[in-house]
Design a protein around this ligand. Structure first.
Ligand SMILES: Nc1ncnc2c1ncn2[C@@H]1O[C@H](COP(=O)(O)OP(=O)(O)OP(=O)(O)O)[C@@H](O)[C@H]1O
Length: 231
């Protein structure tokens, strides 16, 4: 058991009812899990809790049996080996690809940074683009830079929040396939939130269906879809 989320509950300030209700799951090392749910079901909130950006009112998250989140700890995601990729990519516009990708490598010297930059740009197939600025790249290339930046510090867990929503249909499918291959090749455990059933099924080893902050169903993609459609 690699990641254990136990009985996580969360209220936003002034909210009348909890946004996340008794969320528990176990994720194995190298597994890709998708969290599927309608708008407002609490998907982004779960990611924010796992990332340590919000404190749960109850419950805990353990990685390798070590508590990384409970209602007394507030630690930045980078300090806990967690990388995040958001739907708007969040690249720094005034920095080149190389500067964006190496931004989080605080404890590395120049040679180590250059080596890691080459490794991750090679993984995302962007070796020729290190001197470009984000505005000189297509949406798909920007998405791959965001992935390279998240991969660079070698995180133990990667969190994705609707990472394909700004891509056109063809690119969407291509990047989705590439992303799954890269995650499987690197063996990084990943959690991926989406409202798109096709994405949730195509990318994940296991799926969780969230409804009003509660796990309604979970299981393998092939067993899940029929039941999700019935809900
Ligand atoms: N900062 C906040 N303060 C108060 N309520 C919030 C806050 N952020 C989100 N919420 C509420 O919490 C609930 C869950 O929001 P969340 O963003 O986690 O849903 P989601 O499933 O990711 O939705 P979407 O697919 O639309 O992004 C919603 O009802 C939302 O209005």
């Amino acid at each position: 058991m690699y990641i254990q989320i136990e009985d996580l509950c969360f209220y936003y300030k002034n909210a009348k009812s909890p946004t996340i209700k008794n969320f528990s799951t176990v994720i194995e090392k190298g597994e890709i899990v998708s969290i599927l749910g309608e708008s407002g079901s609490g998907k982004s909130t779960i990611l924010r809790l796992i990332a340590g950006l919000e404190l749960p009112s109850k419950g805990s998250i353990k990685v390798n049996n070590k508590v990384i989140v409970d209602n007394s700890q507030f630690i930045l995601p980078e300090q806990r080996g967690i990388g995040m990729v958001f739907q708007d990519y969040a690249l720094f516009p005034h920095m080149t690809v190389a500067e964006n990708v190496t931004f989080g490598l605080l404890n590395k010297n120049r040679k180590q940074k250059r080596e890691r930059l080459e490794e991750v740009l090679d993984l995302v197939n962007l070796t020729e683009y290190h001197k470009r600025y984000p505005y000189e790249l297509s949406g798909g290339q920007q998405q791959r830079v965001a992935l390279a930046r998240a991969l660079a510090p070698n995180p133990s867990l990667l969190l994705f929040d609707e990472p394909f929503s700004n891509l056109d249909a063809n690119l969407h499918y291509k990047i989705r396939e590439e992303l799954r291959k890269i995650l499987k090749k690197t063996g990084i455990t990943s959690i991926f939130v989406t409202h798109d059933q096709n994405d949730a099924r195509a990318i994940a080893d296991n799926m969780i269906y969230l409804q009003e902050g509660k796990i309604e169903k979970s299981g393998k993609p092939c067993d899940m879809l029929a039941s999700v459609n019935e809900l």
